[in-house]
Design a protein around this ligand. Structure first.
Ligand SMILES: [Zn+2]
Length: 442
């Protein structure tokens, strides 16, 4: 019995450890037939076909070139031929190990964790990053939103974490959890910014749930233009927490306004040929030439605005038509960028700037949803984050243009946060508001 319990305990531990990691396909949109891999930090053990040790403790004095050879991966290290294997695995020997990936003709990206390389059915390299879940989330946040205040990143981390947990099996049939593109969530590099790591860390254990405690879908867009959209007006289903709300916070931001100029003929002919509207009918013609939205509408002359948006590649469906009778030109004058459902990222940036708390922001955009805080959430990666931040700041001190005093200040604060008791005293993740001087501006 004791032995059985021990085995059960071991299995539970093994399960919880693996649930903290995810597998993400890298360069999902690219065909890769040659990649050079080097090592920025720490060392890696390289295995072929799962169990053959190709080379141990490979560090920054070596680089590995991989190419497909039939259905196998050919390995060369520092120019020496090491043969071909069904797969090649790079296993990090420490928690802080960084890989530099240089596929031919693509920009370098760096990632943490392990890497597995095989050949897909098209004869191209398939790269899968096995990485700590929260490290993935920080990389997603860095890829998905801009800004300078940790609370912006805290909001993005909560919605990205919620999405990831809800969609953890999105690519399960292909042998990984997520791709690195917007089909899942953009994950275009490891997170290198302390302010983003801090925002992610401060939200650790937080997700968004509906009224019965289920994880919600968390769609977001760049800018709502002043009003978000109902889910059923963009997609099919009416979702209770995806309701249209007024959103003046999205005004006067980078993506608040857009215009597109077209000829009158092009505009009218589109509705005539594609949607069979009688453009010689005065009332139809009038509506097409003077269509206006002070609040969001769903259709123009019965045609879904989502169709018009796709066909004309418009930034949003939230536009009005201005007709110039002398030039016979149409100006589409639009608000916002994106589908408009759920959270507006630029609205979030503005709200954080106004001092509105991260939970109020989430409640504003996801009607009736609640933030769930898992107090049992392991704090190991919080520790990891702080160490990583410390390390990055240390490395950054060598850059002459940086302010050392600012970084020391950050470092001091972060180390104080590392003390668990002091963290709970200084910072309660459910209620704490950030001081202004947490802003990271270098
Ligand atoms: Zn995907």
């Amino acid at each position: 019995m004791k032995r059985l319990l021990a085995i059960l305990a071991f299995l539970l531990l093994a399960f919880s450890a693996s649930a903290d990691r995810v597998k993400v396909r890298l360069f999902s949109n690219n065909s890769i037939d040659l990649i050079n891999i080097s090592f920025d930090l720490g060392t890696y053990d390289i295995y072929g076909s799962d169990t053959t040790l190709i080379e141990a403790s490979v560090g920054n004095d070596k680089s590995v070139e991989l190419t497909p050879q039939g259905r196998k991966v050919h390995v060369a290290i520092n120019g020496y031929d090491y043969g071909s294997f069904a797969n090649v695995n790079f296993l990090a020997t420490d928690t802080a190990c960084i890989l530099c990936l240089n596929p031919r003709q693509l920009k370098q990206r760096t990632y943490e964790g392990n890497l597995s390389v095989s050949v897909n059915k098209n004869g191209k390299l398939l790269l899968i990053n096995d990485v700590e879940f929260e490290t993935y989330i920080a990389g997603v946040v860095q890829s998905e939103i801009y800004g300078t205040q940790p609370d912006i990143f805290r909001v993005q981390a909560i919605i990205s974490r919620t999405w990831a947990l809800k969609n953890i099996n999105k690519h399960a049939s292909e042998g990984y959890n997520f791709c690195d593109q917007v089909h899942c969530q953009a994950y275009l590099n490891r997170c290198v910014r302390p302010d983003i790591m801090l925002g992610t860390m401060m939200s650790s254990g937080m997700t968004i749930v509906d009224s019965v405690g289920q994880l919600i879908e968390t769609p977001f867009h760049a800018n709502s233009g002043g009003q978000t959209a109902n889910s059923e007006d963009v997609w099919r289903a009416a979702v209770p927490y995806l309701r249209s709300v007024p959103d003046t916070f999205s005004y006067n931001m980078r993506q608040s306004e857009w215009v597109k100029v077209l000829s009158e003929d092009k505009w009218l002919n589109y509705f005539s040929s594609k949607h069979k509207l009688d453009i010689h009918n005065d009332s139809i013609r009038n509506e097409l030439l003077s269509f206006s939205q002070s609040t969001r509408k769903v259709r123009i002359c019965g045609v879904p605005l989502t169709r018009v948006r796709t066909d004309f590649q418009l930034r949003s469906t939230f536009f009005s038509v201005i007709y110039d009778t002398s030039s016979h030109r149409i100006t589409l004058s639009g608000h916002g960028f994106g589908h408009g459902v759920g959270l507006s990222q630029e609205g979030t940036i503005r709200m954080v700037g106004l001092g509105i708390s991260y939970d109020s922001i989430i409640h504003h955009y996801y009607t009736g949803a609640e933030i769930h805080y898992d107090e049992t959430h392991p704090h190991t990666y919080v520790e990891n984050y702080i160490n990583k931040i410390a390390q990055i700041i240390e490395e950054d001190k060598s850059a002459a243009t940086r302010s050392v005093s600012k970084k020391d200040d950050w470092l001091g604060r972060l180390f104080r946060l590392r003390d668990r008791e002091e963290r709970e005293e200084v910072y309660d993740p459910k209620t704490d508001e950030l001081d202004e001087d947490w802003q990271y501006d270098w």
